[in-house]
Design a protein around this ligand. Structure first.
Ligand code: HEC
Ligand code: HEC
Length: 269
């Protein structure tokens, strides 16, 4: 290599390092570009149902998660939001150590599987029996919601598909608390900077009040599951008093859910 070429190489390397985006930006870019790829595809609900089997272990066959907020309700979430979160999680633009191994392409599959499972989940009906707050400060919570949240999450908490703003109605209280903390502290990397700014000054009392209000907003009629509804796509799931233990699969071609390890416990904060 000539001296000139060497100098040029060194210069390019140094400049490259100076302008190269941080690792966080890179993760966001990877997630964004996969998102664009995924939303361009046409979802296949039948395949989405098959893919969902791996999710059901944690999010439950109905997609309702758990009232203690360990697992969020994802049923009825906007399709664009589900896709964004899956792309973010597997690009590590949102840390989710429990779910990460299930989100990688080798397990979840490529963009087509992502759009399929997102479409399937977004069409699952929601439960209104989500984990609620203490119910002691609802007047304050309602006022704060109108003042600080309505413009993005909407009057009914249904979010905004085009802007990829999540629906938060019907969500479990402890999950909402955890996300609010993570968004405010910057721990949730994919948080919306405008929201982070909006909630910066919230006191613990205000946070508890507004999120309690959110847990009590009504899930819209068309998204609500009929009372006693169980996902008929997973008839072989054995439900016991402690929750749901996966039984043998009745769907041909699906892996045996009994062979899927039970979800690990969340680390205590
Ligand atoms: C091992 C358990 C586990 C499995 C399997 C799992 N998830 Fe999750 N998922 C979680 C946890 C825990 C969270 C919440 C993490 C947090 O608190 O930030 C989550 C969060 C999510 C979110 C974000 C919800 C929101 O409101 O932002 C979506 C979407 C999601 N999961 C979809 C799926 C799909 C689709 C599958 C199957 C391909 C799946 N998950 C498999 C544990 C799991
Ligand atoms: C400027 C718009 C904006 C405002 C104002 C805003 N949010 Fe958000 N919020 C967002 C966006 C966008 C996300 C999703 C970011 C991402 O992960 O892509 C989000 C995410 C959330 C989440 C996590 C949801 C989940 O499923 O994981 C919660 C909880 C939340 N917001 C609650 C609130 C509350 C309560 C208020 C009012 C105090 C509020 N937000 C104000 C835009 C906003």
């Amino acid at each position: 290599m000539s001296r000139l070429a060497l100098v040029r190489l060194v210069l390019v390397t140094i400049c490259g390092a100076l302008v190269s985006p941080t690792i966080a930006d890179e993760a966001a870019e990877i997630a964004d570009s996969e998102y664009e790829q995924i939303v361009a595809l046409t979802p296949d609900l039948e395949n989405g149902r098959r893919v969902y089997l791996a999710c059901a272990v944690c999010h439950r066959p109905e997609g309702w998660g758990t009232a203690d907020g360990t697992y969020p309700q994802i049923a009825g979430q906007l399709q664009s939001v589900i896709i964004k979160q899956l792309a973010d999680i597997r690009a590590r633009n949102r840390d989710n150590p429990l779910m990460y191994p299930f989100s990688v392409p080798r397990i979840l599959g490529g963009p087509q599987n992502v759009v399929d499972v997102a479409a399937y989940v977004s069409e699952l009906p929601m439960t209104a029996h989500n984990g609620k707050g203490a119910g002691v400060d609802l007047e304050l919570g309602g006022r704060l919601y109108v003042e600080h949240c309505v413009k993005c999450h909407g009057e009914d908490g249904a979010g905004n598909a085009e802007e990829r703003i999540p629906g938060i109605v019907g969500q479990h209280y402890p999950y909402l608390m955890r996300q609010f903390d993570a968004i405010r502290s910057g721990r949730r990397k994919n948080a919306d900077p405008k929201m982070t700014k909006q909630i910066k000054g919230f006191t613990p009392r205000q946070q508890a009040a507004v999120l309690d209000h959110v847990t009590r907003m009504s899930v819209s009629e068309e998204k609500l599951a009929p009372s006693g509804w169980r996902n008929p796509d997973f008839p072989a799931y054995v439900r016991d008093a402690l929750g749901i233990a996966p039984g043998a699969s009745a769907l041909p071609g699906l892996p045996n859910p009994a062979a899927i390890p039970a979800p690990p416990d969340l680390p205590k904060p």
